[in-house]
Design a protein around this ligand. Structure first.
Ligand SMILES: [Mg+2]
Length: 314
């Protein structure tokens, strides 16, 4: 099949305003006065970020949602995305597979009010590689950052933790008796788009590599230290059920796509009110102090010794 037919069949119907039906060398995107662009990019590789027999629509949705989560972390409203596909020959990624993949994109375009602006497709000698660059907007100067936490701030997290880490291990057949909903959450996470936390939180990021490692990024960028309290971490009962045997896996997590926030004490009420209006649970899990590094204290106040910190990219 030719590249142009392929794009027309699967992606033309996803093209939004400014994409000019994917018939030109590029696309346009309109910005209002006082807005600026927020851009983020994420790649998923077969065998590394998804398995060849994962449903194609869930792969598409996860790809979009990881990117949407990065925009949420920046306090940005998502608008469009670009899609790059590097397609290996002679595999099961045929027309039927891409029809299901595009259906996943279409479902999330609707849910998150975004559209496709362009991209590229190419053959590849490697596994299937999927890349999305997402484009969002924010009022000028109001993007959230990782470097604003100050000693005395509280550390907060949206939603709950550990679901995807357990879901992945269940998917790989390494842990039995895991609630199927956790596997589903691993495949299709829920990015926290739609909050407006500029002027409330002092630092923000999304949790993709795991709570402790990602707290480390905020601490390092801010020049502060973070102390987390194990007993304050929010877990579903279906996650807590595995705590005895898989405590480190659950505490270090990964793939949560919740927001990790630091908030000055005088803004805590505003943070809780804002999240509650949008039905987003938010929990204080720790505090920012002077110094460097991240530690987690158990219920006796003793630092927990971990054998690793989180997901390693290389
Ligand atoms: Mg991120």
């Amino acid at each position: 099949m030719g590249e142009f037919d392929f794009i027309a069949r699967h992606f033309r119907s996803l093209a939004g305003e400014g994409a000019m039906e994917l018939r030109n060398d590029g696309a346009t995107m309109r910005l209002s006065a006082g807005e600026e662009l927020v851009l983020s990019s994420d790649t998923m590789v077969e065998g590394l970020h998804f398995l060849p027999d994962d449903p194609a629509d869930t792969i598409a949705r996860k790809l979009l949602r990881c990117n949407l989560s990065d925009l949420a972390a920046m306090g940005s409203r998502p608008r469009h995305y670009m899609l790059n596909v590097s397609l290996p020959a002679g595999r099961h990624y045929d027309d039927g597979w891409f029809a299901q993949f595009a259906a996943g994109l279409a479902a999330d375009q609707k849910q998150f009010n975004i559209s496709l602006l362009g991209g590229d497709t190419t053959g590849s000698p490697s596994p299937l590689m999927l890349n999305v660059t997402i484009l969002g907007t924010v009022r000028q100067g109001e993007a959230l950052r990782r470097d604003g936490s100050r000693p005395g701030d509280g550390v907060w997290v949206t939603g709950n933790l550990g679901r995807a880490a357990l879901g992945l291990q269940a998917r790989l057949g390494r842990i039995d008796g895991v609630d199927e909903a956790l596997v589903q959450f691993y495949r299709v996470p829920m990015p926290r788009v739609g909050l407006s936390l500029y002027g409330i939180v002092s630092a923000a990021m999304d949790i993709s590599d795991g709570l402790v490692q990602d707290c480390g990024h905020i601490a390092e960028e801010s020049g502060t230290a973070i102390t987390l309290f194990e007993e304050k971490l929010p877990f579903l009962p279906s996650v807590k059920a595995h705590m005895t045997h898989h405590r480190e896996l659950i505490l270090l997590g990964g793939d949560d796509y919740e927001l990790l926030l630091t908030c000055p004490v005088e803004k805590e009420a505003a943070l809780q009110a804002h999240c509650s209006e949008r039905d987003v649970p938010v929990t204080q899990i720790g505090e920012v102090t002077a110094g460097s590094g991240v530690k987690m204290l158990d219920r006796r106040g003793e630092p927990i010794q971990f054998s690793r910190t989180g997901w390693q990219h290389f």
